[in-house]
Ligand binder design. Structure first.
Ligand code: GAL
Length: 815
């Protein structure tokens, strides 16, 4: 029989352990997915004109434009920051021209062979208020810029002819608290299917039984039938692990016109569990078979893992306790803006993994769909967050304007899209929503929690609360399954005592502010410290009024087993919200990041690494170029217990970690050290005072040469992969010149282009797309991008009076 014959062939191919590329080739016969990247035309105007520019998508129209203090200036009283009166905030949303209208158009071609198919357009997100037209006919709209959505374009298509796709977007002023980006900033696809097919996000996979021998997989499948008649179909569900078939089941059903649901259970023997350390992923291929012919295929991924949240003992993954060592991430990619790039996101996550992070909270909105795929693949727990605002406004034109009509649709879209992912552990329905202070605030929380439970009973709802008293008093905290606390390490104990049954974690922690390589003495706590240079202390003790240092949160986390862990604000610096310099100019990006806007780790990276990772860490700050005789502090971020400091060979004493003071618990500190140029050395010691590791810093001489370091020397030639090339300015002895600010020029040749530049300085107004960048404290970053041709990319970095540096990267079609 034809069908069995086909399945037999596919079965043989799987058992021959074929690569997933071949599987996709087989799929193309039944369902075609075309990503719309090239040959878009764009204009940024108030009214549509005939001035078009060619662009590729994903595209952020504002990131290549100039900063301007007046863009989206907001005269606001930010209650969350404790503002007593309205303040004029410049740079709150990044000071880039993201406000206004953006028009996109693209020619599409459909042949006569496409007749009879169902054809959709899918957007992973478009910023914002998208209106989509095909051949001048209105197809649909979706206002919230972060949600993924799909429209059926079949009725509007001219077959065998030219088709014009148009997308109109508009960003309103006063609609965000950070840089939202602008444009079709995520991927767009055309999907062609049989009129009977699995819907977008059409499988819901859960694993109700998991033990050593068996993993029971429940697959719910939504099938759309746009033909007029009832049709008998067989659904073949094949589970694969490492592209090898491990189980399959089939089921026959009659599908009526419209949406149909099928449910099937499959036993998988000896399931391999998913965890951050073993990110084992399974795949399901769903085949729709009619009259012995496959007419549609659909791929899903899932994993086997159990999650358990407890009130006293923390969080358990697969039966083992695991504390969240998490970071919050906004969606922009620094110098790339909001334009999505999967390789850049991967680079970011790998850096966080190196630091020992095991969890990500996507703040405060639905992320690009690839983020949760990457947390699955690279091994992070994931909290998917939907909203920063509900009915009560934080910003005049924010989500409050959409709430009534869209809240349910936006939340359901997020859940349907992401609910198969094993890394995803909670649905966050909101962050610091202002309903915390309203009498009936719990009503909206209950409404959203009910949607979570209806669409995915396998995971709890959560929210991040800053107003703990308000949220508890009005029942809001009770209306989510797991309350998260923003900046409340000193209240964990009291809340736990009051509500011993609650399961809790730190949804936002620290908010320490720092500028990479900027040191201020003495190293001591600086609460909402405003410094004339518009920088914050890299000793990681500066924090705004509501926030803390990393050490304070560590202490609370270590003390309380019932707190399931923390999500640091933030893993990376982001565009907008330049706290504590909200009214000062020029500042336009955050100081909160553990890693700066350009992707260069700040000192804080090593403080978290010393606490979170299993690797030995000995990181010493500051640099060793000060005024002779000046009094300085020296800190070591280390997981060694003891160390000795030497200045030019002379011991400044041994320091041992102790609990007498907060800042001696997680770091080693030498204060009141008199600076003498030369050599500063910190030696880690064991219990017998024997040296185990040392770090030496020399006083740097004048800038002499450049050095380039790349994150990868081989990448795929696909026109999308980015390479991070960091440039350092060194003296003759190859010491970093810690205050060097020379202008560095980049020349890129071969099969690559210069995509963006940055230096991590929140006060820099230089362009992200110019072929040059001033160094900030000795360093800057060039982000290169491969072309679609195989070959070599050569980048030379030069600066007047300094020896240049060159690097070569190889690009290949397949890696
Ligand atoms: C929180 C808020 C974040 C960010 C942070 C800065 O209150 O949830 O979005 O604004 O403060 O500390």
């Amino acid at each position: 029989m034809k069908r069995h014959y086909l399945i037999y062939i596919i079965g043989i191919l799987f058992s021959m352990n074929i690569g997933c590329q071949k599987v996709e080739k087989i799929d193309r016969q039944y369902r075609e997915t075309i990503r719309l990247t090239d040959n878009w035309q764009f204009q940024y105007q108030d009214t549509l004109s005939d001035q078009w520019t060619n662009v590729t998508v994903p595209h952020d129209w504002a990131i290549s434009m100039d900063f301007d203090k007046t863009i989206d200036m907001q005269e606001v009283m930010v209650l969350e920051d404790g503002d007593p009166v309205p303040k004029l905030r410049t740079g709150r949303t990044g000071a880039l021209p993201h406000i206004g209208k953006g028009f996109y158009r693209k020619e599409l071609n459909f042949t006569n062979q496409d007749k009879g198919k169902k054809i959709y357009i899918q957007f992973d997100g478009a910023m914002s208020h998208a209106k989509v037209y095909l051949n001048k006919k209105f197809v649909g709209s979706w206002p919230y810029g972060y949600t993924s959505f799909e429209f059926d374009i079949t009725p509007y298509i001219n077959y065998g002819d030219y088709n014009l796709l148009e997308v109109h977007l508009e960003n309103k002023p006063l609609s965000s608290r950070w840089y939202p980006g602008a444009g079709i900033y995520r991927n767009v696809r055309i999907v062609k299917t049989n009129p009977i097919h699995v819907k977008q996000w059409g499988t819901y996979i859960t694993t109700p039984v998991i033990n050593e021998e068996e993993g029971l997989v429940n697959i719910e499948t939504k099938i759309s039938n746009s033909t007029v008649k009832e049709q008998k179909v067989t659904l073949v569900q094949t589970v694969l692990f490492n592209n090898e078939r491990v189980a399959s089941e089939e089921q026959s059903l009659y599908v009526q016109k419209g949406e149909n649901t099928s449910e099937i259970k499959i036993d998988v023997p000896s399931p391999k569990l998913w965890s951050p350390d073993t990110p084992n992923l399974y795949k399901v291929i769903t085949e729709v078979v009619v009259n012995n012919e496959i007419i549609d295929t659909f791929h899903s991924e899932f994993g086997f893992r159990t999650i358990e949240f407890t009130n006293n003992d923390g969080f358990f993954l697969n039966g083992k306790e695991l504390k969240f060592k998490g970071v919050c991430l906004h969606h922009d990619l620094g110098p790339l803006g909001a334009a999505h790039n999967e390789s850049a996101l991967r680079h970011r996550l790998l850096k966080l993994k190196e630091m020992g992070a095991n969890a990500i909270r996507s703040t405060h909105n639905p992320s690009d769909p690839s983020l949760v795929r990457l947390t699955d693949e690279l091994g992070f727990l994931f909290i998917a967050e939907a909203f920063d605002e509900w009915e009560v406004p934080k910003t005049e034109n924010g989500y409050n304007t959409l709430w009534n009509e869209w809240a349910e649709k936006d939340l359901a879209a997020l859940i349907h899209r992401d609910r198969n992912h094993p890394s995803l552990i909670m649905w966050s329905i909101g962050n610091e929503i202002r309903e915390q202070t309203k009498k009936d605030g719990a009503k909206n929380a209950q409404f959203l929690t009910d949607i979570c439970h209806r669409e995915d009973p396998s995971r709890p709802s959560t929210a991040g609360f800053n107003n703990w008293k308000g949220a508890i008093a009005n029942g809001l905290a009770d209306a989510v399954d797991i309350p998260g606390w923003n900046y409340k390490p000193n209240k964990y104990e009291a809340i736990h005592k009051q509500h011993p049954k609650w399961k809790m974690y730190g949804s936002e922690t620290a908010s320490t502010v720092s500028s990479r390589g900027e040191y201020f003495f003495p190293a001591k706590e600086g609460k909402h410290k405003i410094r004339p240079s518009l920088h914050s202390n890299s000793f990681d003790m500066d924090f705004p009024n509501w926030a803390q240092t990393p050490d304070r949160e560590f202490k609370a986390q270590d003390k309380h087993k019932f707190i399931m862990g923390e999500f640091v604000w933030t893993g990376y610096d982001y565009l907008g919200e330049p706290t504590p310099y909200n009214e000062e100019w020029p500042t336009k990006s955050s100081y909160f990041g553990i890693i700066d806007l350009a992707g260069i780790p700040k000192d804080r990276f090593y403080l978290y690494k010393s606490k979170w990772s299993n690797e030995k860490v000995l990181h010493v700050l500051p640099h060793w170029n000060w005024k002779e005789g000046q009094t300085v502090s020296v800190h070591a971020y280390t997981n060694y217990n003891k160390a000795e400091l030497f200045i030019n060979g002379k011991s400044m004493g041994i320091k041992t970690k102790n609990n007498n003071s907060l800042y001696d618990t997680y770091r080693l500190r030498w204060d009141n050290i008199t600076y003498h140029s030369g050599e500063m050395k910190v030696v880690a010691l064991n219990d017998q005072n024997e040296a185990i590791e040392e770090v030496v810093k020399q006083t740097a001489g004048i800038p002499y040469q450049l050095k380039i370091e790349v994150d990868r020397s081989e990448v795929q030639a696909n026109g999308e992969e980015v390479i991070y090339a960091s440039v350092s300015i060194l003296d003759k002895n190859r010491q970093l010149c810690p205050k060097a600010d020379q202008l560095v020029t980049f020349n890129v040749e071969g099969q690559g282009t210069l995509r963006a530049v940055g230096n991590g300085d929140p006060t820099s107004l230089e362009s992200f797309v110019a072929p040059k960048r001033k160094a900030f404290n000795g360093m800057c970053m060039a982000i290169l991008q491969s072309t679609k041709e195989e070959g070599k990319i050569t980048m030379t970095a030069s600066s007047q009076g300094l020896a240049p540096a060159t690097i070569t990267i190889h690009t290949q079609q397949t890696l």
